[in-house]
Design a protein around this ligand. Sequence first.
Ligand SMILES: Nc1ncnc2c1ncn2[C@@H]1O[C@H](COP(=O)(O)OP(=O)(O)OP(=O)(O)O)[C@@H](O)[C@H]1O
Ligand SMILES: [Mg+2]
Length: 263
Amino acid sequence: MTTEPPIVRLTDLRLDRGGRSVLRGINLSVPRGSIVAVLGPSGSGKSTLLSALTGELAPAAGTVEVFGQKVPQDQRELLELRKGIGVLLQGNGLLTDLTAAENVALPLRAHTRLPKALIQRLVLMKLHAVGLHAAADAFPRELSGGMARRVALARALALDPPLMIYDEPLTGLDPIASGVVMSLVRRLNDTLGLTSIVVTHHVHETLPVADHAIVIANGGIVFSGTPGELERSQDPLVRQFLLGEPDGPIGFDAAPRTTTEAA
Ligand SMILES: Nc1ncnc2c1ncn2[C@@H]1O[C@H](COP(=O)(O)OP(=O)(O)OP(=O)(O)O)[C@@H](O)[C@H]1O
Ligand SMILES: [Mg+2]
């Protein structure tokens, strides 16, 4: 086995927001080709963690490495890095007056100088990859929620990013559409040779496609292991989260218990 560096490596990471420590002591290694589920209650810091990967939020302590390199501070280097990270955010962010194909073409128009005909072919390939080849000329309002999410996914894939980041990809989708989107996440990951990080509180839809899961609560990682290990975990924090119980070791506002830092 070769000792390839992980696609993402977080070392003793601390992230602060508004002068408050949101996450601390975060260590995580994401191997190439894997899908990691990042689970945890609302406000626990899942989106904050993602913002450190894209360099939107600089670490208060520790390091964030993506593709074997420390996430740069320099804006130009940061833009280069971000081309390698496909991001699918909670809202689809589709432009309503553009067709599905035009939406998917946006990143290609913005970041490449490819001729129009080639862009059109690439766009159709991306739409084909999410099973929406036939919907190329449809406007977002003509698509179901699940279809619109898949168009947004095709757009996130437009520049062939080796790393995909999903923040709550299932919000607003029914169980069937959720299943379609999650199996698509797995299939794209494997056929395109990607690495994926999926932030979600949809535990039961996400675990079946994940290789590794972490649970964030009370300002840190309270579980890290395989989905099977997560389901068997007897940790009270993990049980409370998995069963969705309001009372337990996770505070209802899910704010980290310690707000002062002995930096
Ligand atoms: N821009 C900001 N300024 C100050 N505090 C922030 C900011 N963004 C988030 N926070 C705080 O950081 C903590 C973590 O927020 P974050 O959005 O990462 O949670 P989350 O786990 O993604 O929650 P959700 O599941 O609701 O999306 C919260 O206490 C939130 O109030
Ligand atoms: Mg969030």
